[in-house]
Design a protein around this ligand. Sequence first.
Ligand code: HEC
Ligand code: HEC
Ligand code: HEC
Length: 295
Amino acid sequence: MKHRLLYTAIVAAALLTPVISGNCRAQKAQAKGGGQKAWPAPMHLPAALNDLYPPKAQEPVLLMKMHAMNEALTGMIADLSENDGPNAKSNYEQFRKEYVEASKLVRDWTPAFTQEPLDQLGKALATGDQGKVMAAVAKVGQVCHECHLQNMTPVQQKFHWPDFRNVGVTDPVMKTQVDYAQLMQGINLGFTGMGVDLKQGQVENARKHFDAFRTRFETLKETCIACHDTERKYYTDATVLASIDQLGAAISGPSIDPEKVKKLSIEIGTESCMKCHLVHLPATHAKAKWGPPAM
Ligand code: HEC
Ligand code: HEC
Ligand code: HEC
């Protein structure tokens, strides 16, 4: 429990840092002169990838080539396990073709597609020795794995993740159009502001913050559909809403039990804010670092 509390506090602090110190950091960088960046430049993917994905390309060309490679290679292994030598051989030839074609798609990545493991696999297959073939497959798999480790997640984040920055909403309290980050700042103000006011004994202000938080949370719940076609569970579902309503009840009575407020706040902070951030923030932050996608 103590751990969880600490974790929630750290997460809250980490999230708030950009809101509070963003300007301050920019000023520091400026003061240093020459618009120096406080952090090293983010990793950038080769620009050639833009040609291989929508909107520039009709379809995700690189991904389809990956699936073609996988099908031929895995098909070869399946054939081999069925003692189907001729089909194993033809799947190897297909794999070879796909591998060479894949190697030409992104020039910066061509050197990663080494020739040696491909040739060794062909030789092993010719011996008909399954042990040798599987050892050679493992060497090929190493080629795949090393690039995947480095590039698969960034490519998914850049080309398959929708961007939260394109999800605009009407703030139900201010009645103005805001972006997702601003809605979050509003939610955070209500949620955190309530707790702070309670500690200061300002019960009426705490209730006002809670009401604004509850209202904005309803709006947050309606944003899921921007990216999810089917209903999602968890972060804004009935269980979380029940905790929020219990929190509302806990601060509306004549006497307020701080322990109860604390317990419910941690529950909401963990089950809604933190878990939703764990899923959705890595891609959001990666996209923000890279800037808008090239058209
Ligand atoms: C030089 C980099 C590179 C190499 C080498 C590479 N891949 Fe990939 N692979 C990628 C990237 C990047 C993606 C993500 C593509 C996407 O999601 O659009 C990917 C995705 C895949 C996927 C789809 C996985 C999924 O869950 O969506 C498969 C299957 C795959 N690769 C198979 C292979 C195989 C088999 C090899 C080796 C024979 C291989 N790849 C070698 C870069 C590489
Ligand atoms: C900007 C796009 C976007 C918005 C808005 C968004 N999500 Fe997601 N979310 C994704 C993507 C992309 C994934 C990973 C792939 C998938 O599951 O579709 C994901 C994954 C999830 C997952 C894990 C997979 C699963 O279905 O169990 C949950 C849960 C989830 N989102 C809930 C929500 C909820 C609840 C909301 C609204 C409060 C929401 N998301 C809003 C893009 C979004
Ligand atoms: C959809 C799931 C989701 C839920 C639930 C959620 N957040 Fe967020 N939050 C996000 C996303 C996505 C961003 C990043 C938005 C961006 O940078 O465009 C974010 C960003 C933030 C930020 C940083 C805003 C900024 O200016 O960079 C804060 C603070 C925040 N959330 C607080 C909270 C609090 C407090 C809760 C719970 C009461 C909560 N969030 C619940 C998805 C969620």
